[in-house]
Write a protein that binds this ligand. Structure first.
Ligand code: ADP
Ligand code: ZN
Length: 664
């Protein structure tokens, strides 16, 4: 996620180094000038000659109207005597359906050019020995030209653009080649230029203070900051700076921010580029960019180079789908050789960010390269509060805002998500013309981020009722089953992809899950479908994603976490999560078909068992289900306190009634 406000004076390297106009500009200007000239010439060119049929031409000769003719092969070009040209006549229909030999008269506007109107005609392929005689009789001046010589001027105008295009193409490829062979930087369109953003020393305003949480990562980087800030002290001790540090963490956890803070804190320049920028269409460009980047950085040492998304170039060779392998490998090799080529006194630290350390090429991780790893984890509640504090400094908060509470309701948010949350809340305040950002707006912004934006969608009454029953089913299960996260919200307003949402929020983040928690979670997922079955007597397609999720969870329980007695404490993962698609790729499993079959049977058995328990429970509390559904139809959205009050009352009343029924 980009910074909300990048510094204004953050400029591209090429802009800083270019003085005067770029050298290729004159070629482009010359080309444009030629094209303009060509089109102007075309405007002043005489009107095109009239096309005459051979018969019409001979007729004109006989009538003494022709002044001169030129023969070029079969082509006849000539001029009428002044004032003797036939009047232009365009018959309707003649233009749209022209006969090749018919006399066609272009619109000359009536005025004749000096020297008489020009015409052309074609000699038929049969010999006409009398023609010359006829011409001489009527005193027509006859000229002959060697065949093949056309209208040179027009031909030139026609081919000039092509010559230009060809020239430009040759020029571009020449410059590219020069660039790839190690020429100076910049090209007609910046091929090979590093594209790195350079933040001059004073531009990096980020300090470690601006990075909340991440105490471990900061401690790991303290030594490097010290070295960059005062290299001489370390040189005197014979210590060399670590060359490469890998920042590992989920997206948005502040890897870029931390790298900038390292440069800012040490007071050194910061160069940054993204791995995906290296991967270009042209093989060799990425490597040239790497060379450029490192060259510039070495000149400004001590400094920090930051390579974002290094996995885009550094993923293990030969892995992954898609082409571009050559390009990636060349770029990767260039990075490696640049890092190997550092002199001990060159105090350049390369920080590289990735969220997929497992896919990186082993060569990148060797000693002397990216041999240090710094882990950035998702913020816990305290860190979330600290991040919120940093970002909320910039906006006017209303008195009712409790950032602790916001931090509590944003489990799983990354730093970038939290920055986004604050920004969304401020945007909402702006849209509502509020002077301050209130707690309501924080809640709204959070729901928008987590659940998706509310959607306008026409939904019929029957379907609304169905959705209300389905969501109530989820909610009731979450309420009744003992090992579930507390309910936070139930809504039948369409949001994002969903027609309705039941949301539970854990009290605190969990890192491990118990078997009973997971079982109950499947129960909650199935709750929607069970309620439909109970109330309407049949199920709908609305439970598709619930079933998918439940099955996925059950598969994990059975095949990865050893939670099925029949399968036992053995892990049978089915392939790895795929790097680019973010999903599991069907790899050949490392277990027998029999095992696969048993796993499938166990998954089904688990889900069916949970379903039976949940169904029994819901049957028992059916009045509560219906009351919740009714209330939901009225209110559309119910929050934590409302749901709790309603369900507590309904289930208690129900239990009493059940007990009374049992007694009587
Ligand atoms: P990454 O590079 O890990 O994807 P970034 O460094 O680009 O994440 O983070 C994006 C934005 O999120 C930052 O510019 C900052 O505004 C916010 N952010 C992320 N982590 C933190 C943090 N620990 N403290 C303060 N702000 C953070
Ligand atoms: Zn559902």
């Amino acid at each position: 996620m980009p910074d909300p406000k990048p510094p204004d004076d953050q400029r591209s390297l090429s802009q800083l180094t270019a003085d005067g106009g770029p050298p290729w500009l004159k070629y482009v200007l010359a080309g444009i000038a030629l094209l303009v000239m060509a089109s102007v010439l075309d405007q002043f060119a005489p009107p095109p000659p009239r096309a005459l049929s051979y018969t019409a031409f001979k007729q004109a000769v006989r009538e003494d109207r022709v002044a001169e003719v030129t023969f070029t092969g079969d082509q006849i070009q000539g001029r009428f005597l002044p004032g003797k040209a036939p009047a232009p006549q365009v018959e309707p229909g003649e233009v749209s359906a022209p006969e090749p030999m018919a006399e066609r008269s272009p619109d000359t506007g009536g005025s004749e050019p000096a020297g008489g109107v020009a015409f052309t005609s074609l000699k038929p392929q049969v010999s006409d020995p009398k023609l010359l005689e006829l011409l001489e009789q009527h005193h027509v001046e006859v000229t002959a030209a060697p065949a093949g010589e056309g209208d040179l001027g027009h031909a030139l105008i026609a081919i000039i653009p092509w010559i230009l295009i060809l020239g430009l193409f040759l020029f571009v490829s020449y410059r590219m080649q020069q660039k790839l062979m190690g020429g100076e930087s910049g090209g007609p369109f910046g091929f090979g230029k590093s594209g790195a953003k350079r933040f001059r020393t004073e531009d990096v305003k980020v300090r470690l203070n601006d990075v909340a949480g991440l105490a471990n990562a900061k401690a790991d980087l303290a030594e490097i900051i010290g070295h960059l800030a005062d290299p001489q002290r370390f040189h005197a001790l014979g210590a060399t700076i670590p060359k490469g540090v890998l920042l590992i963490g989920p997206p948005g956890t502040g890897k870029t921010l931390l790298a900038r803070a390292v440069a800012g804190e040490a007071g050194v320049p910061f160069f940054s580029i993204s791995g995906s920028e290296f991967v270009e269409m042209f093989v060799g460009v990425g490597a040239a960019r790497v060379r450029d980047l490192f060259d510039s950085a070495k000149k400004s040492a001590p400094c920090v180079i930051f390579i974002d998304e290094i996995d885009a170039v550094g993923r293990s060779r030969g892995a992954g789908l898609g082409g571009g392998h050559d390009e990636r490998e060349q770029t990767l090799n260039q990075i490696l050789s640049e890092m190997d080529g550092f002199e001990p006194h060159e105090d350049v630290v390369v920080l590289a960010a990735t969220n997929r350390p497992d896919v990186l090429d082993a060569a990148l991780l060797r000693p002397g390269r990216f041999d240090r790893k710094v882990y950035l984890e998702l913020p816990d509640r305290k860190a979330r509060r600290a991040i919120l504090d940093i970002h909320a400094r910039k906006i006017p908060l209303a008195d009712d805002v409790d950032l602790d509470l916001v931090a509590g309701r944003t489990i799983g948010f990354s730093g970038a998500d939290l920055a986004n949350l604050v920004n969304e809340a401020a945007l909402l305040a702006g849209r509502r013309q509020q002077r301050q950002v209130t707690m309501d707006l924080f809640a709204e912004a959070r729901d928008k981020i987590v659940l998706g934006a509310e959607r306008e969608q026409a939904i019929g009454d029957d379907e609304r009722r169905l959705i209300a029953v389905h969501e109530s089913g989820h909610a009731l299960m979450a309420w009744l089953l003992p090992h579930t996260d507390p309910l936070d919200k139930v809504t039948i307003i369409p949001r994002g992809q969903a027609l309705g949402v039941t949301e539970q929020i854990p009290e605190e983040e969990r890192h491990t899950y118990t078997q009973s928690y997971l079982r109950d979670r499947i129960g909650v997922m199935l709750g929607g479908r069970i309620a439909e079955q109970l109330v309407f007597g049949e199920v709908t397609t609305g439970a598709e994603s619930d079933l998918e999720e439940a099955t996925k969870l059950a598969r994990h329980m059975v095949s990865r976490w050893g939670m099925s007695e029949a399968i036992g404490p053995v892990a049978f993962p089915r392939g790895h999560e795929h790097v680019f698609l973010g999903r599991e790729l069907a790899e050949a499993p490392e277990f027998s078909d029999t095992t696969a079959l048993r796993i499938d049977e166990e998954i089904k058995a688990l889900i069916v068992a949970v379903e039976a328990e949940a169904t029994a429970l819901m049957r028992k509390h059916r009045p509560a289900l219906e009351r919740l559904a009714e209330r939901l139809l009225e209110a559309e959205t119910l929050d934590r306190t409302e749901i709790e009050a309603l369900l507590k009352q309904a289930t208690q009343a129900n239990s009493k009634a059940l007990r009374a029924a049992a007694v009587s």
